[in-house]
Design a protein. Structure first.
Ligand SMILES: [Zn+2]
Ligand SMILES: [Zn+2]
Length: 447
C-alpha cells in the first residue's frame, strides 16, 4: 500500500524538449543530422545536452530540474531551448561554405567527403592532361633540337625555299625534318616563284639564253625556262631595219598594244601620252633571220646601203660602207612608247638604233610617223586618242617638238576652249589632233 502510494505521489520526470521536424533528408533518422561533435568539451560545446532515447531525440538543459512542468511537459529550463534549437536546425539544413568541420553533422561531413572525392578526381584528370601535354611538348622540343642538329650538320640545298614553303603551309617541325631528309637523300628541290626569282630568271634568259637559264635552274632557286614562259607574257617588237616606216610601227602597235589590250578586256578609252627617249645599246651589227638582213645600223643612214644579205657581196658592201662612214653602228637605241593614263607600264612601239646624228627634221619625221601610225592602226578608237608627246630635254627634240606641236591654235570648237581661252598668257597652240608638247620633269630639272 505504501509502495503504491509512493508511486502515485512520485513527481513526473522532465521529459526534455523533444526534437521533431528536424531538417534531415528523407529516409535518414533525425539523429544522423545532429552536430554530435559539439557535445565534446571545447569552444564549440552546446549549452544543452542532446539524448536519443528509444529513437526519440531530446534536448535537455544543463539546468534541467528533472521535474516535469505543466501538463507533464518539459521543465521551465528545457522549454526555453526552442530558439537555440531553431538556430541549430538552420545550420543542419544549410551547410555554409567554410564552416568548420567540428560544427557539422555526420550527414554534412559525408557530403564534404563526397565533394573532396570529386575534387580529387578532377585534379587527377587535370594531372593526366598536363602530363600528356608535357609529353607532346617534350617531343616537339626534341624535334626542334633535331632540326637545329640537321641544319648544323648537313648542307641542305634549297634550304631557305624549303623552309619558306613549309612555314607558309603551316607544316609541323617533324614534317620539315622529313622534307630535309628527302632533300638530302632523294634530291627534293623546292623552288620559289617569287617576283625576285622571276626577275632573275628573266635577266638570265635575256643575257645568256635558254641554255644558261636551264643550267642555272639546276643549281639556283630560279624558274625553269618552261615555268618562266608560263608565268610571263612576252611581247615582240620588230626592230627597225633601215628607214623607219609607218608599217613597222603599225605592226608593233598591233602586237604590243592592241592585241594585249583586247585580250585583257580593257574597253574604256583613255588619253595616251607618247614618250620618246634613248637608251644605251651594245654597238654591234646583228643578223636578223626573220628579215634576212643586218640590224644594229643607225636608222638615219642605213638607207645608204642595202641591208639585205643576198650574197657575199652584200656583206662586203655593208662592211665597206661602215668603214667609209656612210653608215654607222647604232650607239643608242631610240624608243618611242605609249603610256595610257590610268594604267601602269608602257607599250613600246618603236625601237630604232641611232648614231645620234639626227637633226630636228628627223625628229619631226619620227613625231609625225608615230602619231600617224597610231591613228592609222585604229589605236585611237581601241585604246584612246593621243593627248601629248613627251620628250626629254634634248635640244634637237625640243626644237622639233616646238615645230610640230606649236602650230595650230586651239580651235574654237574644242570643249577646252571656253576654259583655256580665259587664262591670259597660256599658249593655246597645239599639233595635229590637238596633241600638246610635254617634257619629262626629270629631264627638265636636269637641263
Ligand atoms: Zn528539464
Ligand atoms: Zn648614222
Amino acid at each position: 500500500m505504501s509502495q503504491a502510494s509512493t508511486a502515485i505521489i512520485a513527481p513526473l520526470q522532465c521529459p526534455g524538449f523533444q526534437i521533431i521536424d528536424w531538417p534531415n533528408p528523407v529516409g535518414t533518422p533525425t539523429h544522423a543530422n545532429l552536430p554530435w561533435l559539439r557535445l565534446a568539451e571545447g569552444p564549440d560545446k552546446l549549452s544543452f545536452d542532446i539524448e536519443v532515447i528509444s529513437r526519440n531525440t531530446l534536448a535537455r538543459s544543463f539546468d534541467c530540474t528533472q521535474k516535469a512542468g505543466n501538463d507533464a511537459g518539459p521543465c521551465n529550463f528545457c522549454v526555453h531551448l526552442e530558439p537555440k534549437l531553431k538556430a541549430l536546425a538552420e545550420n543542419a539544413r544549410v551547410r555554409r561554405p567554410h564552416t568548420r568541420h567540428g560544427l557539422l553533422t555526420p550527414l554534412q561531413l559525408v557530403k564534404v567527403i563526397h565533394k573532396r572525392d570529386q575534387n580529387m578526381n578532377a585534379l587527377k584528370l587535370w594531372g593526366l592532361n598536363d602530363s600528356r601535354k608535357i609529353r607532346c611538348l617534350l617531343s616537339e622540343l626534341e624535334d626542334h633540337t633535331s632540326l637545329v642538329m640537321a641544319l648544323a650538320q648537313s648542307n641542305v640545298p634549297w634550304l631557305r625555299n624549303l623552309l619558306q614553303t613549309a612555314l607558309r603551309n603551316g607544316t609541323s617541325i617533324s614534317a620539315i625534318l622529313r622534307k630535309i631528309e628527302e632533300a638530302l637523300e632523294r634530291g627534293y628541290r623546292p623552288q620559289g616563284h617569287s617576283q625576285e626569282a622571276l626577275n632573275l630568271s628573266l635577266l638570265i634568259l635575256r643575257l645568256g639564253g635558254q641554255g644558261l637559264l636551264y643550267s642555272l635552274n639546276q643549281f639556283l632557286a630560279i624558274l625553269s625556262p618552261r615555268t618562266l614562259y608560263r608565268h610571263t607574257s612576252f611581247v615582240k617588237i620588230v626592230p627597225t631595219v633601215g628607214r623607219i616606216t609607218q608599217d613597222v610601227i603599225q605592226q608593233n602597235i598591233t602586237s604590243v598594244a592592241l592585241v594585249p589590250h583586247a585580250t585583257a578586256g580593257l574597253m574604256t578609252l583613255r588619253g595616251v601620252s607618247l614618250l620618246v627617249d634613248k637608251t644605251a645599246l651594245e654597238e654591234a651589227a646583228v643578223y636578223l633571220p626573220q628579215s634576212n638582213s643586218i640590224g644594229g645600223l643607225c636608222w638615219t643612214h642605213s638607207s645608204c646601203v642595202d641591208v639585205t644579205l643576198n650574197n657575199y657581196h652584200s656583206a662586203l658592201n655593208i662592211a665597206n660602207a661602215l668603214k667609209a662612214g656612210r653608215v654607222h653602228l647604232g650607239k643608242e637605241i631610240m624608243v618611242v612608247g605609249a603610256h595610257v593614263f590610268g594604267e601602269d607600264g608602257l607599250y613600246p612601239i618603236l625601237a630604232a638604233p641611232t648614231c645620234k646624228s639626227e637633226d630636228a627634221s628627223d625628229m619631226e619625221f619620227i613625231f609625225n610617223t608615230t602619231i600617224n601610225s597610231w591613228y592609222a592602226s585604229g589605236a585611237d578608237k581601241e585604246i584612246g586618242p593621243v593627248w601629248s608627246f613627251t620628250t626629254d630635254g634634248d635640244a634637237t627634240r625640243r626644237k622639233a617638238g616646238h615645230r610640230t606641236f606649236l602650230q595650230t591654235p586651239l580651235p574654237l570648237t574644242s570643249p577646252l576652249y571656253g576654259t583655256l581661252s580665259n587664262l591670259p598668257g597660256l599658249n593655246l597652240l597645239t599639233g595635229a589632233h590637238e596633241i600638246t608638247l610635254n617634257f619629262d620633269y626629270k629631264h627638265s630639272l636636269q637641263a
